[in-house]
Design a protein around this ligand. Sequence first.
Ligand SMILES: Nc1ncnc2c1ncn2[C@@H]1O[C@H](COP(=O)(O)OP(=O)(O)OP(=O)(O)O)[C@@H](O)[C@H]1O
Ligand SMILES: [Mg+2]
Length: 347
Amino acid sequence: MEFKSVTKKYGDVVAVDNLNLSIPRGKITVFVGPSGCGKTTSLRMINRMVEHTSGEILVNGEPNTAQEPHKLRRSMGYVLQQAGLMPHRTIVDNIATVPRLNGTSAKSARTEALQLMETVGLDTSLAKRYPAQLSGGQAQRVGVARALASNSSILLMDEPFSAVDPVVRQDLQKELLRLQSELQRTIIFVTHDIDEAVLLGDYVAVFAVGGRLAQFGTPEEILREPADDFVASFVGRDRGIRRLTFAGASDVKIHPLTSQNTPWQQWELKVEDGKPAGWIIDGRTIPGGSLFVEGGTLRDALDSVLSSPSGVGVAVDRNGKVLGLLKSEDVLAATEAERHRRYGVNA
Ligand SMILES: Nc1ncnc2c1ncn2[C@@H]1O[C@H](COP(=O)(O)OP(=O)(O)OP(=O)(O)O)[C@@H](O)[C@H]1O
Ligand SMILES: [Mg+2]
């Protein structure tokens, strides 16, 4: 998919300003930026819910104006912030709508809809409910299922997870990444949350006020080398820490668990059935910090150290069993080594 010198004006207001952008096939591209910078407009121009003022948008090499708007729209999945479900139709019928419009029989459209519910982690017992009878997170999953039902290789998602609480949001993000690893669709995902952009995007397009594309690149590139002051301020002060998301922690030593390994002798890790269960000090048990799960990133390793009441992180395997302890000095040394490697400088 490609935007070629695409501009959208509403009267005098330039919503999108001369956008040039190639969107890679089979990847997640995130449009991120502050409110009013033209993200939704850019997304909607792809399937012609909004018509561009000038320039050209190519979909699979063809100008999107070559197809009837309603056909184009049906050929792409579209997920909205508020799921946008039809209130008077059941969940299963909501999901089956587009396949029905495309001529699939009622029976197979429903069978497929039930399968898709499972795919997105929804209990099929919810099939006969109406949208108002679902939680926000469930409704968003229905939205995703419905978009997948179009069976199109292109999915457009406009802030699909912004109306749900942070925990549900994390679940939905993980679910999307899992689905994408199987489906490899071309996904365009709009958000104003840089953390979400960095987590989900294979590529990120940062939009600035006035509908200008400020930078396009991998999340790692954008955090490492913001193109201008706007991008630097938008990606924020924590970008050094965010960048550690892209570095593995295999260099960080995991110390075997002995009481001498804590910085202060009085801290003792409580272990139950091989799993960490808090820290003991002066006979009191204090909840532990975040755990470093084997194979995690340097950011996870650093967080496990910083969040631990004892000042040492706890490493666990994928089953949650204690592997050992992480020390802050080792984590910092690993970030140093990573920096030297990145810039090709010898330590
Ligand atoms: N139908 C419309 N008529 C007039 N102006 C519009 C219309 N839709 C959008 N705009 C203007 O175009 C600009 C870009 O809007 P757009 O909705 O694309 O922003 P956005 O980046 O999606 O913002 P948000 O993060 O708030 O959703 C804004 O200045 C907006 O006011
Ligand atoms: Mg928007």
